[in-house]
Design a protein around this ligand. Structure first.
Ligand SMILES: NC(=O)c1ccc[n+]([C@@H]2O[C@H](COP(=O)([O-])OP(=O)(O)OC[C@H]3O[C@@H](n4cnc5c(N)ncnc54)[C@H](O)[C@@H]3O)[C@@H](O)[C@H]2O)c1
Length: 251
């Protein structure tokens, strides 16, 4: 029997790459979708070295035709789609007065419309095979604010709502849909943000203090929960927002 297939957007880095590694170690073939060609090709090698098959699709998820092309490539390579991790996302800083219209539109095109394009393109394959599981990546900033993240926070809040709509609509098709809600996780994205801040050491300390454990999380800690939510162990879990935030939300 062929391996199950997991598709992940933003699979070249951070949480997406960690998710790809976790599923690959558990025998899934992997489709990595990303706009970063160099990192995407490296990620493909890394996943193949784990003994499963992998393809990298250079694809901007905010472009419908590129997403449809990636779904076609997946169908040709593996013929199925068991798990979809809708993870690629962009962060733009700024209040509604600071955020430009271009930034607002770009962020929403990737964080939300991209998730719609991806789901719209890959769910039909799940329907053909009688079911599947989807995990969307939200953010603690959809629930707690740190200020000056109007576009980002609102898009991540909407991902929670979209997750519940998808879960309700797709339940009859044996497709579960859940959302992970990461807190501060030490990925290249957050590391870049720390290094760009006026006082990186202080910023790192503040981010660590947003957890009851006094540290940032790791990508693997989020990937473990993504794996659980997509697995049969979570067969009665759908429409949930699963916090992987080191306790930020209880503080
Ligand atoms: N790191 C954190 O602390 C944190 C916290 C909460 C939520 N998140 C969310 O987790 C997700 C992953 O973030 P990360 O921290 O791993 O960042 P990252 O920068 O390490 O990885 C994101 C990947 O997405 C890719 N990407 C960006 N735009 C894309 C597009 N249009 N099409 C395809 N790929 C695209 C990037 O090239 C990159 O490889 C994002 O949705 C982010 O909002 C991260």
């Amino acid at each position: 029997m062929s391996n199950k297939v997991m598709i992940v957007s933003g699979g070249a880095s951070g949480l997406g790459l960690a998710a790809a590694e976790k599923f690959a170690k558990n025998g899934y073939d992997i489709v990595l979708i990303d706009v970063n060609e160099e990192k995407g090709k490296l990620a493909e090698q890394k996943i193949k070295a784990l003994g499963v098959d992998a393809i990298f699709c250079l694809c901007d998820i905010s472009d419908k035709s590129q997403v449809q092309q990636a779904a076609k490539a997946t169908k040709e390579a593996f013929g199925r789609a068991d798990v979809l991790i809708n993870n690629a996302g962009l962060e733009v800083r700024g209040s509604i007065l600071q955020c430009t219209e271009d930034d607002w539109v770009k962020l929403y095109d990737i964080n939300l419309k991209g998730m719609y394009y991806m789901s719209n393109a890959f769910v039909p394959m799940m329907l053909e095979q009688g079911g599947g599981a989807i995990v969307n990546t939200g953010s603690i900033l959809g629930y707690r604010t740190v200020g000056e993240r109007a576009a980002y926070s609102s898009s991540k809040g909407a991902i929670d709502t979209l997750t519940r709509s998808m879960a309700f609509d797709l339940a009859k098709d044996n497709i579960r849909v859940n959302c992970v809600v990461p807190g501060a996780i030490d990925t290249p994205l957050l590391r870049g943000s720390i290094n760009d801040s006026p006082n990186p050491a202080e910023t790192e300390k503040v981010l660590g203090s947003k957890s009851v454990f006094g540290r940032m999380g790791t990508s693997a800690e989020v990937a473990n929960v993504m794996y659980f939510l997509a697995s049969d162990e979570a067969s009665f879990v759908t429409g949930a927002a699963y916090f992987v935030d080191g306790g930020w939300s209880i503080m």
